[in-house]
Design a protein around this ligand. Structure first.
Ligand code: KG4
Ligand code: ZN
Length: 341
């Protein structure tokens, strides 16, 4: 099996990105993502529009992935797809497509948990990033998720903490919306924060038990703060945008870093792997980098391509499951709520 070339065609459609990738063992040959712009004008993902867009995108995206990888579909060893968690209508498109293709090509089908895939994306072999050793702590931080997971082995994971309400990306996006910034506002907060003073407007850090998170209180306190300040000065946001963004970002970074520190203390594990779209945030990256020296941690951030929703991360899980002969039944179904086993 070791020298054999296994080609996995992977499909991801859990939220608002339609993606297909081809992997050759643990290496990516192609990773095509069609991002749905339609949601921007609504200020968030509209599930019905997402599933319609997936239906339009899936065939061309799969074609492109095969063409970029320069392999014929007859060479594909198995089809991997995101079974869940995610939006049901979106998942159904990828699941049905994957099932039909595996039947048509008469090759195995492999179901993948999207959250596990965010974590195992660290194992895509790539010259630019280092691969974590077990055990490590994985923080999946995106517009849809916020979790701290103890990863003991590829498929041995324990969720230590997660958000009780909004995801960390939503905290960025909803705060940005309150400032009148377009969706998704996370990258804009990051951009404006670069020239601002992070301690200018202190926002409260929520007191949440254990390793769980809560971000809805932060959004409420920012809302009241903005309402109060703009009542006194209608130009308050405009005149203080950089300091407000820096203050919001530093609060979110503090919330995250405190929980990671707590998880390190609780488990004794000092290897920290970050994934999900929010890992692009420069405040989080800086905080992690300085923890390498200050706390003695080893931190892992994969290439941004593998941080946001993408099919290559589904493909690496497909490959690891293929090696174990862990295939799905042909009557498998999409699963909107799908907890890491
Ligand atoms: O992983 P992702 O592409 O999609 C899912 O949510 O699954 O993550 C998107 C999220 C959005 O909330 C976006 O605002 C946030 O990641 N994001 C950022 C940055 N870049 C993306 N948040 C803060 N700073 C950034 N630089
Ligand atoms: Zn995701």
């Amino acid at each position: 099996m070791k020298n054999q070339k296994i080609y996995i065609l992977a499909i991801e459609s859990s939220c608002d990105d339609t993606s297909a990738a081809v992997m050759c063992n643990n290496k990516k040959l192609s990773n095509v993502v069609a991002t749905q712009k339609i949601h921007e004008e609504y200020g968030g993902v509209v599930p019905e529009l997402a599933s319609r867009a997936h239906q339009q995108n899936i065939v061309p995206v799969v074609h492109q992935a095969l063409a970029k990888a320069n392999i014929d579909k007859k060479l594909v060893s198995a089809i991997a797809f995101t079974r869940g968690p995610g939006l049901l209508g979106s998942l159904l498109v990828g699941t049905s497509f994957a099932k039909s293709l595996s039947l048509g090509l008469n090759i195995p089908l492999i179901e993948v948990n999207h959250m596990q895939a965010h974590i195992l994306a660290h194992f895509i072999e790539d010259q630019e990033s280092k691969i974590p050793e077990f055990p490590f702590l994985a923080c999946t931080i995106s517009g849809g998720h916020t979790q701290i997971v103890l990863v003991k082995d590829y498929f041995e994971m324990e969720i230590l903490g997660e958000t009780l309400d909004d995801a960390i990306g939503e905290a960025f996006d909803k705060s940005a919306k309150l400032l009148g910034l377009p969706y998704p506002g996370g990258p804009l907060i990051d951009k404006h924060a670069k020239n601002g003073q992070p301690d200018k407007f202190p926002f409260p850090i929520p007191n949440v038990a254990g390793l769980n998170f809560s971000f809805s209180g932060l959004k409420t306190s920012i809302k009241y703060f903005i309402e109060k300040e703009t009542a006194d000065n209608p130009k308050f946001i405009e005149e203080n945008l950089e300091d407000i963004c820096a203050s919001i970002q530093s609060t979110i970074v503090k919330i995250l870093m405190r929980k990671i520190k707590k998880a390190v203390k609780q488990t004794g594990v000092r290897r920290i792997a970050i994934g999900g779209g929010v890992s692009a945030n420069s405040g989080i990256r800086e905080a992690l980098q300085s923890a390498e020296t200050k706390e003695g941690w080893t931190t892992y951030i994969p290439k941004f391509e593998y941080c946001t929703d993408n099919a290559a991360m589904i493909g690496i899980v497909g490959y690891l499951k293929f090696l174990k002969g862990n295939f799905a039944a042909s009557d498998t179904t999409a699963k909107a709520r799908y907890v890491i086993a």
